[in-house]
Write a new protein. Structure first.
Length: 276
C-alpha cells in the first residue's frame, strides 16, 4: 500500500534501489527493475548484507492488526536491530515512516500500546547518533483499500476534525526529494495533502467520483467497542478509528512543501483513478 509507491518514486528519481523482504519472488514481480534481497529484520546478518554500501535505508514498518504487545514487533525489536547494524557498517542515513495521528496519544485519556511503540521507534532513531529523516504523514488516500468492501465504504463513528489526506505517490516524491538533498542534518517533516476533510466528507467525495457505484455503510463506535473486546483485529480498528476521529489535526506542512515540493493529487483525482 505504501512501500510500492515510495519505491517507484525513488526509482523515478534516479536512485539505485535495493528492496529487502522475506518473499523475494513476489518482490521481483512488483519491482522488476530493482535489486531484490531476501532478508528478515530478525536476522542481523541479513541486515548487514543489505546495508553494505548503501547511502540510506528507508524503513516502511508497521504493527499488524493481529499482533499483541508481547509479540516480536518490526517497529520495536526490528528498529533496534536496524540501528545496531547501521552503526556497525557506518550507514550514512536512516529514514523512517512514522505517523501524525499517533500524537493523539495522551489526549482525552487515550492510551494505546501501538502508539507507544511508534513513539519509542522515533526516540530510538533520534537517539541513535545516525543522521535521520522522520516523516509524520496524515491519512493516506490508499487507506481506502482497507475501507472498501464490495460496493460499500465502511465508516465508523463520526470524525470531528478534518484530515489532510495525502496520496502515497506524492509522499514518495517528497521522500525522494529529501534523500536527494544528501544532507547530514537530522530532519523531521509533517506530511499532508492540500485539502482537508472529515471522514464523512472524504467518503462522500470518493463515492461520487469513483468508477464503481459505492454506498457508505456507517457503524456506531459503540459497536466497534463491543467487538474490540472479542477480536484482536476489531480492537486495533477501534483504537485507530478513535484516534482518527478525535485527533485535532492542524496544518503543519509548510516546511515539507517548501523543501520537498507541494503535493499534487487531489482526493477527487485519486478516487477517479482508483483501481478495484
Amino acid at each position: 500500500m505504501l512501500g510500492k509507491p515510495v519505491t517507484q518514486q525513488l526509482v523515478k528519481a534516479g536512485f539505485d534501489v535495493s528492496v529487502m523482504g522475506r518473499s523475494p519472488e513476489n518482490l521481483q514481480k512488483i519491482f522488476p527493475t530493482v535489486n531484490v534481497l531476501k532478508g528478515d529484520l530478525k536476522n542481523k546478518s541479513d541486515l548487514k548484507m543489505a546495508f553494505q554500501g548503501q547511502d540510506a535505508v528507508y524503513l516502511n514498518l508497521s504493527v499488524l492488526q493481529t499482533q499483541k504487545e508481547t509479540d516480536w514487533l518490526t517497529e520495536r525489536e526490528g528498529v533496534q536491530n536496524v540501528i545496531e547494524i547501521a552503526k556497525e557498517v557506518n550507514l550514512p542515513r536512516i529514514a523512517l515512516l512514522s505517523s501524525l495521528v499517533m500524537n493523539y496519544q495522551g489526549m482525552n485519556g487515550f492510551d494505546w500500546w501501538v502508539f507507544r511503540v511508534k513513539e519509542n521507534a522515533v526516540r530510538l532513531i533520534r537517539d541513535s547518533g545516525i543522521p535521520y529523516s522522520i516523516y509524520y504523514p496524515s491519512t493516506f488516500m490508499e487507506s481506502y483499500s482497507l475501507q472498501i468492501v464490495g460496493n460499500f465504504i465502511a465508516e465508523a463513528g463520526k470524525s470531528f476534525y478534518k484530515m489532510y489526506f495525502i496520496a502515497a505517490e506524492d509522499y514518495g516524491s517528497q521522500v525522494a526529494a529529501d534523500l536527494k538533498s544528501n544532507t547530514t542534518e537530522n530532519r523531521e517533516f509533517t506530511i499532508q495533502g492540500t485539502e482537508a476533510f472529515t471522514y464523512k466528507e472524504a467518503n462522500q467525495i470518493f463515492a461520487r467520483n469513483s468508477s464503481k457505484k459505492l454506498y457508505i455503510l456507517s457503524t456506531p463506535m459503540w459497536v466497534m467497542k463491543v467487538g474490540s473486546s472479542l477480536v484482536q483485529q476489531a480492537n486495533y480498528a477501534y483504537h485507530i478509528l478513535t484516534a482518527l476521529n478525535y485527533f485535532p489535526e492542524k496544518f503543519g506542512s509548510d516546511k515539507a512543501w517548501r523543501e520537498l515540493g507541494e503535493p499534487k493529487i487531489t482526493l477527487k483525482e485519486f478516487a477517479n483513478s482508483y483501481k478495484f
